[in-house]
Each structure stands twice: as structure tokens, then as C-alpha cells.
Design a protein around this ligand. Structure first.
Ligand SMILES: Nc1ncnc2c1ncn2[C@@H]1O[C@H](COP(=O)(O)OP(=O)(O)OP(=O)(O)O)[C@@H](O)[C@H]1O
Ligand SMILES: [Mg+2]
Length: 331
């Protein structure tokens, strides 16, 4: 069976008939997933002009490609207007994806702390909580979860805490209800996050907190923001570094440039000694394998006055300032 990436390669060379450009040029593949059980391909396609004739024409060429050429049983396609040109993506915003192979290595904690550190250094920051199913940023930022506000023209106003703007699925859910969205719904949600949020005009950096794992959402981000750069998070342990390398390779394959690696939970400082509770070497293994650098090593610790965010004068807060500083210099 063809993989998502292989299907994407095929679909990318099809044309958006409304502008006579390939979907690669228009960035028109908004979502692509395979229902492996039913052998059905689910897609959301963005067209430059959303007219029935164009939809029919694309539906026909996709059906031929997916069913006849690639041998799938069926295809389900949703269309929407490709909003790339007038979206925030045309502005000079720098996107940084925070990824890891394994779960629980500290992506969300790092995303939040990096956002604060960049803010301390005078940058205006937004966060996209792209961990659709396991969203945790609102909790980490200690935010009250209230329904999102619209603008009347289908745009969403982001939430704000201490000058940092945020969009997260958490705000769209009934409290304590698990998220049951599948396939295209998920793609659409991410789409909204990337195209329909009215960020502050001054936003310079948008941090994207990714779910654990090496594939899916990263692949969608590729369609949404090809220019997004990646940070790979690992712990010092070899098992974590092994999967982190995979995440890094996946990012590279998707042509996201790597900013570098963060080794989190590197050591625990006690009585003047750094104790390596989770082993050592993980960060180095990952950065060597991916031919990139270690951006920061963050020790184990908890903030004094906040659930997850360190103040700029705490030791770990200073680590985060160093990280933010490096990022500003490079990107
Ligand atoms: N340096 C650290 N020292 C101590 N605890 C940490 C550190 N970094 C993260 N943690 C804790 O580890 C847990 C997991 O962190 P976090 O949620 O940021 O990871 P994640 O990679 O985003 O997880 P997921 O894959 O589930 O999204 C949290 O309880 C967090 O407070
Ligand atoms: Mg997380």
C-alpha cells in the first residue's frame, strides 16, 4: 500500500484548475490521511477559487489517481478556499515547531517557557497548540478555558496570557470530554489554527507545540507552513534519543529545517553536583545523527511560583533565556 507521503507526491503534481498551478505551488493539500482498514484516502483540498466546476474536475482527477492508479477502494474529499495568499503566512512570521519522537519528554513545557523567554527578550509570541488530542498548553499557562470568540467573519480571536497569544483545541471542547474528531475534521481544525486566527499585528514568532510521534501532524504542518523550522526534544536516555532521531529525520524529509536539539531533564542539581538521573548522551546522539547542534540542555526542576513556567531569575529560567537568545540570533 502507498504511504501518505507517496500519495502526497502524486497529488502535488495535479493542477488546481482555478489558477492552473500545481497543488505543490498553491500549497493546496490541506489534509491527507489513509483509513487503512477501509482503504480509503481522506483529503481536504484548498482551491484558489471555490467553484463547483473546479471541484468536479479535481474530484475526477483525484478519483482516477487514487482508485485506478494507486489502487485504493475509495476517496473522500472536502474542499475549501485556499486562503494562503491573504493569511498571516504572507507576513514575516517565523514558525518554530517543537517535536519529539517520544511523548512526555517536555515539548509543551519547553514551548511555554520558550514563549516566556522570547517575550522577556522583547519579542511578541504566539503559540499554536497543535497537539489536537492531548492539548496541554492552556493548563501549563494556567489559563481559564472559555469558549473562543469569533470576529463575525469566521476568524478566531486567540487567547492571551502575559502578552503571549494562544490557540488550542482545549478552548473548543466541553470540559472533560475526550475529543472524538477524526481525519478531515482534524485537518480542518489545524487549518483554522494556521489561517483563521487573528494574531496581534506585532507577532514575530509562532511556536507550534506538536504531538509526540514522527509522522502525521508534522506532515500536515508541511502543507500549512512549509517554512516552519523544527526543534527536536529528547531526554538524555538512549531510548528517547533513538526515537527523537526518527522524528528529526521525518522533519528533514519533510524539508523542515532543523534549528537544533534540546536535551531536557539532563541532570538534577543537588549539593553542587549534577546527578544524571536519566542517563546521559541522548542530546549528543541526536544532534550528531541529525548533523545539527544542541541548542540547550535543561535540568530537572520545578519553578518556584508557577506550575510550569520558570521566572527569568531562576536557574532554569536562565537556561531558557539562553535558548531564546540563540534562536533570535539565528532565526
Ligand atoms: N526539566 C524538567 N524537569 C522536571 N519536570 C519536567 C521537566 N520537563 C518537563 N517536565 C514534566 O514532565 C511532564 C511532561 O512534560 P510535557 O507535558 O511538557 O511533555 P510533552 O513532551 O509535551 O508531553 P506529550 O508528549 O504528552 O505532549 C510534565 O509533568 C512536566 O511538568
Ligand atoms: Mg505536550
Amino acid at each position: 500500500m502507498y504511504t501518505k507521503e507517496e500519495i502526497r507526491d502524486h497529488v502535488e503534481i495535479l493542477m488546481d484548475p482555478s489558477v492552473n498551478k500545481s497543488f505543490k505551488e498553491t500549497g493546496g493539500i490541506k489534509f491527507l490521511d489513509i483509513d487503512k482498514e477501509k482503504m480509503i484516502v481522506n483529503m481536504v483540498i484548498g482551491l484558489e477559487k471555490l467553484e463547483d466546476d473546479y471541484k468536479r474536475s479535481v474530484t475526477r482527477s483525484l478519483a482516477k489517481l487514487i482508485k485506478l492508479d494507486l489502487g485504493f477502494t475509495g476517496i473522500k474529499t472536502d474542499f475549501e478556499l485556499n486562503k494562503k495568499s491573504d493569511s498571516i503566512l504572507s507576513r514575516e512570521i517565523r514558525y518554530i515547531g517543537i517535536a519529539s519522537g517520544k511523548g512526555g519528554v517536555g515539548k509543551s513545557t519547553i514551548t511555554a517557557n520558550l514563549a516566556y523567554a522570547l517575550t522577556t527578550l522583547g519579542k511578541k509570541v504566539g503559540i499554536i497548540d497543535a497537539d489536537i488530542y492531548g492539548s496541554s498548553i492552556p493548563t501549563i499557562l494556567d489559563m481559564e478555558v472559555t469558549p473562543p470568540k469569533g470576529t463575525g467573519n469566521e476568524k478566531i480571536i486567540p487567547f492571551e496570557k502575559d502578552g503571549i497569544e494562544l490557540i488550542s483545541t482545549e478552548f473548543f471542547l466541553a470540559p472533560d470530554k475526550p475529543l472524538m474528531w477524526r481525519g478531515p475534521m482534524l485537518g480542518k481544525m489545524l487549518n483554522h489554527f494556521f489561517y483563521d486566527v487573528v494574531w496581534d499585528k506585532e507577532i514575530e514568532y509562532i511556536l507550534v507545540d506538536l504531538p509526540p510521534g514522527t509522522g502525521d501532524v508534522a506532515l500536515d504542518i508541511q502543507g500549512l507552513v512549509p517554512q516552519c523550522k523544527m526543534i527536536i526534544v529528547t531526554t538524555p536516555h538512549k531510548s528517547a534519543s533513538h526515537v527523537a532521531v526518527k522524528a528529526g529525520f521525518a522533519a528533514e524529509k519533510l524539508k523542515h529545517e532543523l534549528l537544533g536539539v534540546i536535551e531536557n531533564m539532563s541532570y538534577f542539581s543537588h549539593a553542587g553536583e549534577n546527578i544524571k538521573i536519566f542517563g546521559e548522551g541522548g542530546g549528543k546522539i541526536v544532534s550528531d545523527k541529525l548533523k545539527t547542534k544542541i541548542l540547550a540542555t535543561i535540568p530537572i526542576g520545578q519553578p518556584k511560583n508557577h506550575i510550569s513556567v520558570f521566572a527569568p531569575d531562576e536557574e532554569i529560567g536562565i537556561n531558557y533565556l539562553g535558548l531564546a537568545n540563540k534562536i533570535i540570533k539565528e532565526y
